[in-house]
Design a protein around this ligand. Structure first.
Ligand code: HEM
Length: 450
């Protein structure tokens, strides 16, 4: 395999204009990945080559190209090699820091912990956390809801993952370590995650502390006699195909991996959902009616009841179309990849961008219009907020359940409005996640009828 940075540019794929003096588009990419990728596609079409800080990268857009990439085997298009910058976060021995055969088995363990029947266990935990959150709100007020949802989803994840004892002893230390870990994931790290930046030193120190905190929980569990039903129990009881258990370091890595994959993505989806509900009172009214109807049928809102929310589901689906959190899905080409009359040589990267794909007017007419009543897209490779193929997000059902359950609680008790002019709530990308403006402040007021 040739090394990144050593291949010639393609002769058949257009090269994006506007490279800097170093021949690279990296500065523009880092400033706002989604905007850069939109520009690249508008200029070059289905395939666009650019220089991502020394790595030639081909952006591929549209269901046909996306299907080809998602269907390619790992041995040809490697996610693991493209995402090596995540290894210091999750740790060696798990996910992209483990051999593919081990990683695939670990993914199955995650999936086991997220099976539909286990959702009946998570739904009431999410409800309890959301209810505790709003208990302190009072009659009315204002808050930064991005921060609020980020805090809430840390609580829901730790509660579902590690149990109530851990959740209710959540220390400042844990929150700070987790924050330092996240602060080190930015677009520049996709090229050099070992640079001697202060943020990376804090990341490595934070990862060590988080690992220790999680391992001390595992030790306490082993010493106790109680049975647990959370994800930590799933990881502790799981075995590889050769019958061996995960090591404590691997279990800690699985916990961090799960938390990390689901945290900002879910918080972000919840924040956009609230912003768009406040921007579109007509849709919000329909959804409040749907939720009130559910409470009348089943005041506990069990998992089965939560599945009957077509309007809320349509709304979340449209949020994930218009504002997909992850937009630089990457693969390293290990064996030359042939697509139509093009060859993308080994050593290059391929990138898919849901944000760009979800704005193709042939699939989404008038794509900038927010319309939760859009018909479901029939081509599964046209709608890719959760990726596709064998690496499709294992947490998608959990994420949607979580957002739905949180909004049942919020909209049952409160009404919301934007605190600033609607056009000031814009898309920003300070890290690799597309999020609403910082701060993301909305006003709330207790519902009179609730
Ligand atoms: C709205 C929320 C979420 C979004 C938009 C999202 C999006 C994605 C995407 C696009 C991928 C594929 C990346 C690629 O192909 O390169 C992915 C993978 C993954 N997601 Fe999610 N995700 C969300 C929530 C979650 C949650 C809540 C969890 C955990 C419970 C989770 C766990 C994972 C895992 C473990 C993978 C890796 C799969 C693999 O490498 O094969 N995600 N996610």
């Amino acid at each position: 395999m040739s090394q990144p940075g050593t291949q010639p540019r393609s002769t058949t794929i257009p090269f994006v204009s506007g490279a800097g003096a170093d021949g690279s588009h990296f500065a523009e990419f880092c400033a706002h990945p989604a905007k850069f990728l939109m520009r690249a596609h508008a200029e070059c079409g289905e395939l666009a080559e650019f220089d991502q800080g020394g790595i030639l990268t081909v952006l591929m857009v549209g269901p046909e190209a996306q299907e080809a990439v998602f269907r390619a085997p790992d041995e040809q298009l490697s996610a693991s090699l493209a995402y090596q910058y995540m290894v210091p976060i999750f740790g060696q021995g798990v996910q992209y820091g483990a051999p593919t055969a081990i990683e695939r088995q670990q993914l199955r363990m995650h999936s086991q912990g997220l099976r539909a029947e286990r959702m009946t266990f998570y739904a009431p935990i999410i409800a309890q956390e959301a209810a505790e959150w709003i208990r302190s709100w009072g009659e009315s007020g204002e808050m930064d809801f991005y921060e609020g949802f980020a805090d809430l989803t840390i609580k829901t994840s730790t509660h579902c993952l590690l149990g109530p004892e851990f959740r209710y002893s959540l220390t400042e230390e844990f929150a700070k370590a987790y924050h330092d870990l996240g602060a080190a994931v930015d677009a520049s790290g996709t090229v050099d995650h070992t640079a001697q930046k202060a943020a990376y030193a804090r990341r490595d120190e934070a990862r060590g502390r988080l690992g220790d905190l999680i391992k001390s929980r595992i030790t306490l569990r082993r010493a106790g006699k109680e049975e647990h039903d959370d994800l930590l129990a799933v990881y502790m009881n799981s075995t590889y195909t050769d019958g061996t258990h995960l090591t404590d370091d691997q279990i800690a890595g699985m916990v961090v991996w799960f938390m990390f994959a689901g945290h900002h993505t879910s918080a972000n989806t919840a924040a956009w959902t609230l912003v768009e509900l406040a921007r579109h009172p007509e849709y919000c009214r329909e959804i409040v009616q749907e939720i009130d109807g559910l409470y009348e049928d089943d005041p506990e809102l069990g998992f089965r009841t939560l599945r009957k929310m077509p309007l809320m589901e349509g709304f979340i689906r449209e949020i994930l179309r218009a504002r997909p959190p992850l937009n630089a899905l990457s693969r390293r080409v290990v064996q030359d990849f042939h697509y139509k009359n093009h060859v993308i040589e080994a050593g290059k990267n391929i990138m898919l961008a849901p944000y760009v794909s979800h704005r193709l007017p042939e699939y989404y007419p008038d794509p900038e219009r927010f319309d939760p009543h859009r018909p479901d897209q029939q081509n599964p490779f046209a709608y890719i907020p959760f990726g596709g193929g064998s690496r499709k997000c294992v947490g998608n059902a959990f994420a949607i359940l979580q957002v739905k359950r949180i909004f049942c609680e919020l909209l049952r008790h409160y009404e919301f409005e934007l605190a600033g002019p609607a056009d000031t709530y814009v898309e920003i990308m300070p890290s690799l996640i597309l999020r609403p403006s910082d701060p993301c402040v909305l006003r709330y007021r207790r519902r009179q009828a609730a």
